[in-house]
Design a binder for this molecule. Structure first.
Ligand code: NAD
Length: 285
């Protein structure tokens, strides 16, 4: 039976470390600041932004939650983003997705100062990720959190065969880039991929972010692989499950993330960690 990768425990460690860093900064008179932009009434977005706001405050981060009605004008958001760019109290800015259709999300994202782009989605930071730049830059929090998990559990990436199922801007693409930067040999699968199981069976490290419940079953996994399940699906009985069929995969894998309690807790912890990173980078030149 596979070792369970405990995302809650690793996230707790990261949060403790973040709180210590916030205290150190406070001793120098610096308080990290996070601005979260929420548009509309999407229930999941409301929950996520509230969680982020609460966690930030708990860690001593100055948190601003800016809430706008569904019909807010693009100009108003652009104006406020520019104000956050200028605001010395704010080090990280994020726009909660999804946005209503009338808004141009790309234009809003591009308006964020790349040095305050705490989600790492700005093309400038995506470019740094793909050029494997030897400098400090933010990266999408879910894949960055997965890298922290892999590091914590000492999963060897150099020379490893890694397969990422899914190629979203949010998870799959940055995940593949991070693994590649860590010298793994990476294959990315998408919904058009033929013979998916032939590819996934080659993976020493398999990251699944397809948004398809139980897409990966035991016979698709190589014995001894490390399996990271990013998917989140709510079942009728209200419990959560992932893109990986845990029951059939866990006996074959060497290590596996559960859902819930695997990748999920890492995302917000990484967001907070990265808010402090941005603060430190901005003060260190
Ligand atoms: P998305 O829908 O934007 O992208 C899914 C990707 O998977 C696409 O690139 C698609 O081509 C690919 N795909 C779909 N079916 C496939 C198949 N049969 N074979 C191969 N590839 C396939 O989704 P996303 O935003 O990347 O999220 C993926 C999942 O992760 C969702 O369940 C989402 O809820 C979850 N998620 C969790 C966290 C977290 O913090 N735990 C964060 C982000 C997303």
């Amino acid at each position: 039976m596979a070792i369970l990768i405990d995302g809650r425990a690793v996230a707790k460690e990261i949060n403790e470390n973040t709180a210590e860093r916030v205290t150190r900064l406070a001793n120098e008179g610096i308080i990290p600041g996070l601005a979260v932009i929420l548009v509309g009434e999407d229930p999941a977005s409301k929950i996520y932004t509230r969680m982020k706001d609460k966690k930030a405050k708990k860690l001593g981060i100055h948190s601003v939650l800016s809430v706008y009605p569904d019909d807010v004008r693009q100009e108003e958001l652009l104006h406020d983003i520019r104000q956050f760019n200028e605001d010395k109290m704010i080090n990280g800015i994020l726009i909660q997705e999804p946005l209503p259709d009338h808004l141009d999300g790309n234009e809003l994202l591009n308006a964020i100062d790349p040095h305050k782009d705490v989600d790492g989605f700005h093309p400038y930071n995506v470019g740094l990720l793909y050029s494997n730049a030897n400098e400090n830059y933010p990266v999408s929090c879910t894949p960055k959190g997965i890298m922290s998990l892999l590091k914590h559990y000492q999963v060897k990436l150099e020379g490893a065969r890694a397969v990422v199922v899914g190629r979203s801007i949010l998870v799959g693409k940055p995940m593949a880039a991070l693994l590649e930067n860590a010298n793994a040999t990476v294959t990315i699968a998408n919904r058009h991929t033929r013979n998916l199981s032939e590819i996934t069976r080659q993976a020493d490290v398999l990251v699944v972010a397809a948004g398809v419940k139980h897409l990966i079953t035991g016979e698709m996994v190589k014995k001894g692989a490390t399996v990271i399940d990013v998917g989140i699906h709510r079942l009728e009985d209200k419990t959560l499950t992932g893109d990986v069929d845990f029951e059939s995969v866990a006996p074959i894998a060497k290590m596996i993330t559960p859902v819930p309690g695997g990748v999920g807790p890492m995302t917000i912890a990484t967001l907070m960690e990265q808010t402090v990173d941005l603060t430190e980078w901005s003060h260190n030149g």
